[in-house]
Write a protein that binds this ligand. Structure first.
Ligand code: SF4
Length: 224
């Protein structure tokens, strides 16, 4: 099988629906985001940007090519440099492991840890009122990828509090419990991408949850 690279988005879309990740990789031109989904993403990005400052000063690793695409290689290099110099709070910290890629919302150096063997706490930010099960899988993929490079002591999901504050929920145990099964889940998503034909998956609740799928029109044969 041709070597398949997976981002966190590929993994999460593939866990939701094999057809969705196949379309992302073979026919992205079929994608049409509903206006309410665009708004949802814009609000989420805004909340994510604000949350970068939740621990005060930070260094952001984001890098882009001239055409606007994310420059993963530069982000990984910058993250390595930030770790080497002991940066306390790193946002969009990028990691790779065996063709997998992720960029963490926030990575915070643990207070008082041994500089020769540092440990970090990771924070995954979600513009949602509570922790949903798929947030755990999202954090689990990132933990799996990054733990090849760094030691992660704790994992938190950050959600939007009632007065636009940040609520943090510790999910370390749940994330750790998923790690043994990650290679199987990753292979399952890779197999969906590698399919030579569009997978035949019937429409159902995954088409609407957690938000309307961008291929809804294609799969329901409706022009939106
Ligand atoms: S619309 Fe439904 S069946 Fe089609 S790709 Fe999306 S989730 Fe899968």
């Amino acid at each position: 099988m041709k070597k398949i690279r997976l981002t966190k988005t590929d993994f999460m879309n593939g866990m939701r629906c094999g057809k969705m990740v196949w379309l992302d990789n073979h026919h992205p031109e079929y994608k049409k985001l509903a206006p309410e989904v665009k708004e949802l993403f814009a609000r989420g990005n805004e909340f994510g940007d604000q949350a970068m400052g939740m621990f005060g000063e930070y260094e952001e690793m984001s890098a882009y090519f001239e055409d606007g695409h994310i420059d993963c290689g530069t982000m990984i290099k910058r993250t390595k440099q930030a770790i080497k110099k002991g940066t306390r709070v790193i946002c969009e910290a990028a990691f790779t492991r065996d063709g997998l890629y992720c960029a963490m919302d926030t990575l915070r150096l643990d207070d008082g840890c041994d500089p020769a063997d540092p440990t970090y706490t990771m924070y995954e930010v979600k513009d949602a009122p509570k922790v949903e099960p798929w947030f755990i899988m999202d954090a689990a993929f990132q933990y799996y990828v990054a733990s090849k490079t760094i030691k992660i002591s704790k994992v938190f999901i950050v959600t939007r509090g009632e007065t636009d504050t940040y609520e943090t929920t510790k999910v370390t145990r749940l994330v750790e419990a998923t790690q043994k099964g990650m290679p199987v889940l990753i292979d399952h998503v890779k197999a969906a991408i590698a399919s030579s034909e569009e997978p035949t998956i019937p429409c159902g609740k995954d088409c609407e949850e957690p938000y309307r799928c961008p291929y809804w029109g294609h799969c329901h044969n409706i022009d939106i």
